[in-house]
Design a protein around this ligand. Structure first.
Ligand SMILES: Cc1cc2nc3c(=O)[nH]c(=O)nc-3n(C[C@H](O)[C@H](O)[C@H](O)COP(=O)(O)O)c2cc1C
Ligand SMILES: CCCCCCC(=O)C(=O)O
Length: 389
């Protein structure tokens, strides 16, 4: 019998009989409010902030809210199985943790704590290139869990080659290449505070420990850390890449490659033509292009274009179990969770991340059941009503 994630809510109620209530809110909005009070202004602005006037981040939420679920009745949902096949892997639920760089700014346990939480819940964690902890150390904390690595595909081919070699040696099997951040977006909350974690050497650990990166420095990192940070800023992204350049990555990575940040169906077709295995329909949580299409509005068009050729994943705005359901109905195979788990980490370390995962999946399990589905596979666009406002 498959695990019933919904049982988490009964666990909470039962614990309540002995006077215990959850340490963190079970509602993502209240979780975010709590984080707003606990995180310092710099880290909070960096995590919660987005590009320009913030309209893309708001549109992400609105596009999901506009779609309403139309539950079906009398369909025997007593036994449910949330597992899905993603890139040839069986996941216990259609969920992975999105790559989020520099998270030691919210909690000193940082990526290893997230890795342990994800492994404990069986959910893949996509480790960011901009991790505060070298990838080998995070891999060690992942145990037997799925290891996915996100690449910032930068200017220096030797560094890219070295990252791919290290990731492979550390047991990462899926490569997620982020396309939407060759340059950092315009982010007023960070600009107003002149706050960027990288300036303090946070999020540079994979680079500073990398032999190819170090070979490009005139002095060792500890002798001239500022020069090392500037070197990192100069090479982390490369806005000159074009589609044929993907051949380099295909040549150096023999596992699945997923392109993150695809919003246009034509780009999704190009990804398939380039021999990629999947795309993440994402606008980076509204952090890159202010005024960009909401990710949930882009999703059905991308799924219609390449759903039969590529694995379509989704992020940007997922906060609740109902959002996961809606993303599947719009054509995603699974979703990536971003900011909410960072708030869980900031508030309570590894248990905080586990709490966020368990709440989300309990709500997803209940949404699925109460909408008439025993498995994610049967959810389709027919389960949604699009409200006019
Ligand atoms: C603080 C922060 C750092 C991020 N760092 C990365 C990163 O290193 N690599 C990456 O591909 N995406 C990064 N992202 C984007 C996330 O992977 C994801 O696309 C986004 O958080 C989804 O939006 P949501 O959090 O609003 O759901 C970051 C997002 C945040 C909030
Ligand atoms: C200057 C390095 C930029 C890395 C961007 C990290 C990220 O994806 C985000 O902040 O969003």
């Amino acid at each position: 019998m498959a695990k019933h994630w919904a049982d988490f809510q009964y666990e909470i109620y039962l614990n309540g009989m002995s006077g215990a209530v959850p340490r963190l809110p079970t509602d993502p909005t209240r979780l975010e409010e709590m984080a707003e009070h606990r995180l310092g202004p710099g880290p909070l602005g960096y995590v919660a902030g987005s590009a320009g006037d913030g309209s893309t981040a708001r549109a992400n939420r609105a596009a999901l809210a506009r779609r309403r679920i139309v539950p079906r009745m009398l369909r025997n949902v007593q036994e449910r199985d949330l597992s899905v096949q993603v890139l040839g892997r069986a996941l216990p639920a259609p969920l992975a943790l999105a790559p989020v760089g520099t998270i030691s700014i919210v909690h000193p346990d940082a990526e290893p704590a997230v890795a342990r939480a994800a492994a404990a819940q069986g959910v893949p964690y996509v480790l960011s290139s901009a991790s505060s902890t070298p990838m080998e150390q995070v891999a060690a904390a992942m145990g037997d869990a799925e290891r996915w690595f996100q690449l910032y595909w930068g200017k220096d081919r030797e560094v890219t080659r070295s990252f791919l070699g290290r990731a492979k040696a550390a047991g990462f099997t899926v490569l997620v290449v982020t396309l939407d951040t060759p340059i950092l977006g315009y982010r007023p909350r960070d600009l107003d505070q002149a706050y960027l974690p990288f300036l303090n050497g946070v999020g540079t650990a994979n680079y500073f420990t990398d032999p190819a990166f170090r070979a490009g420095l005139a002095k060792p990192v500890h002798e001239d850390p500022k020069a090392a940070v500037l070197h990192f800023l100069g090479l982390f992204g490369d806005a000159s890449h074009t589609w044929p350049d993907l051949a380099f990555l295909r040549e150096h990575w023999d596992g699945p490659i997923v392109l993150k940040g695809v919003l246009h169906p034509a780009d999704a077709r190009l990804a398939a033509d380039a021999g990629m295995d999947g795309v993440v329909v994402s606008n980076h949580g509204g952090r890159q292009v202010a005024g960009s299409v909401a990710a949930a509005d882009a999703l059905p068009r991308v799924a219609a274009a390449v759903g039969d050729r590529l694995t379509v994943l989704f992020d940007s705005g997922v906060r609740t179990g109902a959002d996961v359901f809606k993303a599947l109905a719009l054509g995603a195979r699974a979703v990536l969770l971003g900011r909410p788990y960072v708030y869980g980490l900031g508030l309570d370390g590894q248990p905080g991340v586990e709490h966020v995962i368990r709440c989300l999946l309990a709500e997803f399990d209940l949404t699925l059941a109460l909408s008439g589905h025993a498995t994610p596979a049967t959810v389709t666009a027919d389960d949604l009503h699009e409200a006019s406002v």
